[in-house]
Ligand binder design. Structure first.
Ligand code: MIC
Ligand code: SF4
Length: 748
């Protein structure tokens, strides 16, 4: 099917590129090429970076099980017969890692039966491909099966950009966006600005693709990419494998970037060939000029990109980032000193490799090379060492080529092909709540509590080969590049830099692929939602806006510091309620730091003065009294995941307005989609003026208009009031979502 999509797309590209070159009066970058060729209507579309809303027609939608539930529940409300664009569901997030691959998978099938049956039956009915539990992690499966150069995919997961490794724009969205595109509507996104990253040189020694993005996270920070596309170019790009490019694009989500992309090249050809898509590879070769930036871009990139960063791959050192945020970066050689200075515990309690970000053949073979060196010296892993393969193909190839054996001999455990510990589906045997200790992984996120549910755990991220070296040493202060390990015989030795193969010489081994095709016609098929389910709940539309201003609403929470979606709607044990809005809403803000409480997730019912309650308890009390509330947030509010539960739960529990210093892209859209007013302080210092007992009014709402600030009045307990201004990025169409109560209501 990708072949037909690609043929049609490549056939129409020359014409639309010619129009775009004329309109813009210059050549086009690769990101622009993909955007213009997917415009719903190129002629009527306004093109202005950072300003215009683009209406695009994605080629495909991908959903993972934890977010697909809400996406499908919302799509079903649109009453369509079939998904309007090719779509797939991937069962990867709900498998708990504990006993190893086989047992974990069996248990998951049992405990998630209702959810899997719901997703499978909905997929079958609505023409959606279904990838069974154990088939692999969404982004790896998309890369192996659906991604191709020049394509535009949206996915209900923030790491969807992984597909940029095959030269396409793959963008993370909330479930409502996916539901709408499947219902046949164009997809809207703010016209992103462009960051050009010029790569020169070639990676060598310990440096790996992961280090490119770890380094960039440190340089650009977690908000540096917000509403921007990161486009890689330059001679260094061609030296990185397609899967390595995938790693870099995947973790571009940690910059807040809309997505990241690499130009089509020979590495992609090789990858398409080895994943049984020679036809696509040949087609892309024949259309190469369409799938890379115009030649003039590389000559004077400053004219095309809003910002340019140069990275010399030859001098790049391996990095490690963390704890608690992916932009706290330093070369591994500096880790020991910094750990000492900041008092980070250096004894490592776990080392984890794999995940959607880093389980390519290259990653695994390089890590196995390190493992073998350790074992040759009589060493085993000093920490629990867990391996999460990205897909069935990867797992079976690892098995055939002896890597599983190597890792197991080293003392490691190979988990099922799923997210597992990366999303908190991990029973860490030695974890103690309240105790700070350190773990290291090759994943992409390290927010507090994410992996083991313990907020104090210091989670560090590095390349899989560096993590494997850490596993051998058990010591965060160990420098794999320059340091020495002590072998079983007491002799010190240095690890050789990792060596591996980009792709398996014998091709990929195949297991059970785990794909279930939809029914030819969904007519007469039912979607399985047991009425008494604890896991699934059909959605009730949110109430329409009553046309009144928000007067004197209590403040529910003022979050302080980093407020990721993991803080707003934690995952781990809560993942099982992703299809049950009422139940999952009990997790609302459980991980968030409240400016007025010493305990995360807790606050005060300001109407009664009772403190120590969870935010959900407080909001439910207000809701029962028919009162709405306001949330105030800090910088980059809603960073991280695409989970729309972080917007739906507040909406469900009557939060009407969220005012922050700034928002992360996906979350801001999710709030708007659910009918919450998303505002930013015109003067970020006004954040300081908000106190616990304030009542807040947001007025002039009937005159809400794009670009027009709104007035916010803060009523103090002493009877005084002060008025501040708040901005928003609401478009005409989004005002309709607000008044209808949600985007979905506006659709019907
Ligand atoms: C993540 O990595 O945070 C997740 C879990 O994959 C999320 C999606 C989710 O919360 O279901 C994401 O990245 O969007
Ligand atoms: Fe799964 Fe982790 Fe990848 Fe998210 S980042 S898709 S949780 S493996």
């Amino acid at each position: 099917m990708s072949m037909d999509i690609a043929k049609n797309l490549y056939a129409k590209m020359p014409d639309v590129f010619a129009k775009a070159r004329k309109k813009f009066g210059r050549g086009l970058t690769l990101a622009e090429k993909v955007l213009v060729s997917h415009a719903d209507n190129f002629e009527t579309q306004t093109w202005e970076r950072g300003k215009a809303m683009l209406a695009l027609r994605p080629d495909r939608v991908a959903m993972q099980d934890a977010t697909a539930q809400m996406a499908m529940l919302q799509f079903m409300q649109a009453n369509k017969k079939k998904a309007a664009v090719p779509s797939t569901i991937h069962c990867d997030h709900l498998i708990r890692a504990e006993m190893g691959s086989e047992k974990d998978l069996l248990r998951a099938m049992d405990e998630n039966k209702e959810v899997y049956n719901f997703l499978a039956s909905a997929a079958k009915k609505y023409g959606i491909g279904f990838w069974k539990p154990g088939a692999g992690i969404i982004h790896q499966v998309v890369l192996e099966n659906y991604a191709f150069p020049g394509c535009l995919i949206i996915g209900t997961d923030s790491h969807t950009p992984n597909g940029g490794g095959l030269g396409m724009l793959a963008i993370g969205v909330g479930g409502a966006d996916a539901g709408e595109v499947m219902a046949g509507l164009p997809w809207e996104v703010l016209h992103p600005k462009l960051i050009g990253i010029r790569l020169t040189g070639k990676l060598s020694g310990w440096a790996s693709p992961k280090d490119v993005i770890l380094y960039l996270c440190g340089l650009l920070t977690v908000k540096g990419g917000t509403n921007k596309i990161v486009e890689y170019f330059g001679p260094g790009a061609e030296t990185i494998s397609a899967t390595g490019k995938g790693t870099i694009c995947n973790m571009g989500a940690e910059l807040g970037a809309t997505t990241s992309v690499f130009p089509f090249d020979q590495k992609m050809v090789v990858y398409l060939n080895i994943t049984d898509r020679a036809d696509l590879a040949n087609l892309a070769i024949a259309n190469k000029s369409l799938l890379v930036a115009d030649p003039e871009v590389a000559q004077s990139p400053e004219k095309y990109y809003d910002q340019i960063v140069e990275v010399d791959l030859s001098t790049l050192e391996p990095h490690v980032v963390g704890p608690h945020t992916p932009d706290l970066a330093r070369p591994v050689s500096k880790m020991a000193a910094e750990a000492k200075e900041k008092g980070y515990p250096v004894e490592l309690k776990a080392a984890l490799i794999g995940s959607c970000t880093n389980s390519s053949y290259e990653d695994i073979s390089r890590s196995a090379h390190i493992a073998k060196q350790g074992m040759k010296a009589g060493l085993k892993a000093k920490t629990p060492f867990l391996v999460s393969p990205g897909s069935e193909r990867i797992y079976h190839t690892m098995k055939r080529d002896g890597f599983i054996e190597t890792f197991e001999k080293m003392g490691g455990t190979v988990l099922s092909n799923s997210c597992g510990p990366c999303i908190g589906q991990w029973k860490r045997a030695d974890g103690v709540k309240g105790k700070a200790d350190s773990i290291v992984s090759s994943f992409n996120r390290n927010f507090p509590g994410r992996n083991d549910g313990i907020n104090e755990t210091l989670s560090f991220l590095a390349s899989p080969e560096v993590v494997t070296a850490y596993a051998l040493s058990g010591d965060l202060g160990f420098d794999p590049v320059n340091g020495k390990l002590k072998g079983a015989d007491g002799k010190e030795f240095k690890l050789e830099p990792p060596q591996g193969e980009e792709l398996p010489a014998k091709g990929f081994a195949k297991g059970e692929e785990g794909f279930v095709a939809p029914a030819a016609s969904g007519e007469g098929l039912t979607v399985e939602v047991p009425p008494t389910s604890e896991r699934l709940q059909l959605l009730q539309p949110f109430p329409r806006w009553d046309g009144k201003d928000f007067e004197k609403l209590p403040l529910l929470i003022k979050t302080k510091g980093k407020t990721t979606t993991d803080h707003i709607s934690p995952a781990g044990p809560w993942l099982k309620f992703r299809g049950h809005l009422d139940k999952i809403s009990d997790n609302m803000f459980l991980g968030a730091n409240n400016a007025f409480s010493s305990e995360p997730g807790k606050g005060m019912d300001v109407l009664t003065g009772e403190a120590g309650l969870t935010m959900a308890q407080i909001a439910r009390r207000y809701k029962a009294k028919g009162i709405g509330s306001i949330v105030v947030g800090d910088e980059n509010y809603g960073e991280g995941s695409s989970r729309e539960h972080a917007a739906m739960s507040p909406r469900f529990l009557n939060v009407r307005v969220v005012i922050t210093k700034s928002f992360a892209r996906i979350h801001e859209t999710n709030l708007k989609k659910q009918g919450i007013l998303a505002l930013t302080f015109a003067d970020p210092k006004d954040y300081e003026k908000i106190e616990q007992q304030d009542r807040i009014s947001v007025t002039g709402l009937s005159a809400l208009a794009p670009g027009k600030p709104v007035q916010v009045t803060i009523h103090k307990t002493d009877g005084t009031a002060l008025t501040i201004q708040a901005n928003h990025s609401i478009t005409e169409q989004q005002i309709a979502w607000f008044t209808a109560g949600s985007a979905l209501n506006a659709l019907n």
